[in-house]
Design a protein around this ligand. Structure first.
Ligand code: GLY
Length: 355
């Protein structure tokens, strides 16, 4: 890479701290990092999850609040609190808080150091790590944003006891995705997971450590998604189409449920195109059928699904493009699939899900 190019790329090296003593980790960071002021951004649900937060900026929760108006209010509160480039911003919450808070911090006075403390499994395993920040605009998700990494991310399972089961399952789909990109032993182990059992915090923290490292390594090699980072979109070309279809014609589904169906469909496509082992397709299919309740789509929905896939922002020139696998851990980005191949894969998916 020539020097002109390398200057444009951020290093995404992030300090990842895995602990269930979040307060101690916060105090250690504050003692280690020279700063004049620490402020916290949290939403109305997450502001209660840690000790009484000093200099708290509270925002509303949910996708509707992930807006320009909220960013503006956060900047105003930072201004009033006296935040400078020498300050620290802590983002405490799910992906909405870490995306929006990260954007507000990264752009305030051209950049204030920020630290993410994700409180959901989905946030911990995906949104809080890797430097994608932003907010929704003109009805489009994450339309405005920038690549800007949190300097540190404190990853903990201690907030998960009170998460609704759908939230846990939603995040777990991304954990499975990371295992599919890296390690068959871990993939099989995850498929033994029992969502009805109480959380084993030590084990889950270890699963998170492995999972987040997969993402962090890929992001380090390709921070701005010019190539390899597209691997992290495994399951998402088809998953986003399910998410949009559910939103328009059925009951909305959690993001990770749509990703879980996307993972099975893309595993089937991987089998068709690259010989991905059918045994692993079946194991994944059974786990998803048992844990991720589907909505009853049928072949009458295929045209809309195909249309959504070809308009996905990851696709080019109206072609459907996904990341596929030759085997677990052997991923191939920018794979074009035909409408016939997708139609076959959707038929097989419906068999797996019993639809
Ligand atoms: N969520 C995928 C990525 O951060 O690239």
């Amino acid at each position: 890479m020539n020097s002109e190019c390398s200057e444009r790329f951020y290093s995404m090296k992030q300090n990842l701290i895995f602990t269930n003593d979040v307060e101690a980790a916060v105090e250690q960071l504050k003692a280690r990092i020279d700063h004049n002021l620490a402020v916290w951004i949290a939403d109305v649900n997450t502001e209660r999850l840690l000790f009484a937060l000093p200099n708290l900026i509270t925002i509303n929760d949910g996708e509707r609040a992930k807006s320009w108006e909220t960013v503006r209010n956060v900047w105003l509160e930072m201004e009033h609190a006296g935040v400078t480039r020498h300050s620290l911003v802590f983002n405490l919450g799910g992906g909405m808080v870490t995306d929006l808070g990260g954007f507000a911090a990264a752009t305030f006075k051209r950049g204030v150091r920020f630290i993410n403390v994700p409180t959901t499994l989905l946030g911990a395993v995906d949104a809080a790590v890797g430097g994608k920040t932003g907010f929704n605009f003109c009805g489009l998700k994450n339309e405005i944003g920038t690549f800007a990494p949190a300097s540190d991310v404190i990853i903990s399972t201690r907030f998960f006891d009170t998460l609704p089961p759908e939230e846990m399952k939603s995040g777990f789909a991304e954990v499975i995705k990371h295992a599919m990109l890296s390690d068959r032993g871990e993939f099989l182990r995850l498929l033994d997971h029992d969502f009805a059992a109480p959380i084993d915090h030590d084990d889950l923290l270890e699963r998170l450590r492995r999972s987040v490292q997969v993402k962090a390594d890929i992001v380090d090699r390709d921070p701005n998604e010019q190539g390899e980072r597209k691997a992290l979109n495994l399951g998402h070309t088809i998953g986003h189409a399910f998410e949009s279809l559910a939103m328009s014609g059925y009951e909305a589904v959690p993001h990770g449920y749509a990703v879980a169906w996307g993972l099975v469909t893309e595993a089937i496509l991987s089998h068709i195109k690259l010989g991905f082992p059918s045994e692993d397709v079946h194991r994944l299919g059974h786990f998803v059928r048992d844990n991720y309740r589907g909505f009853p789509f049928d072949c009458g929905d295929y045209d809309e699904l195909l249309d959504l896939m070809s308009h996905d922002k990851k696709s080019r020139d109206g072609e459907i493009t996904c990341t596929l696998l030759a085997t677990i851990g052997d991923y191939r980005i920018d794979q074009t699939v035909t409408t016939d191949e997708v139609t076959t894969a959707l038929d097989i998916l419906r068999d797996h899900l019993g639809l």
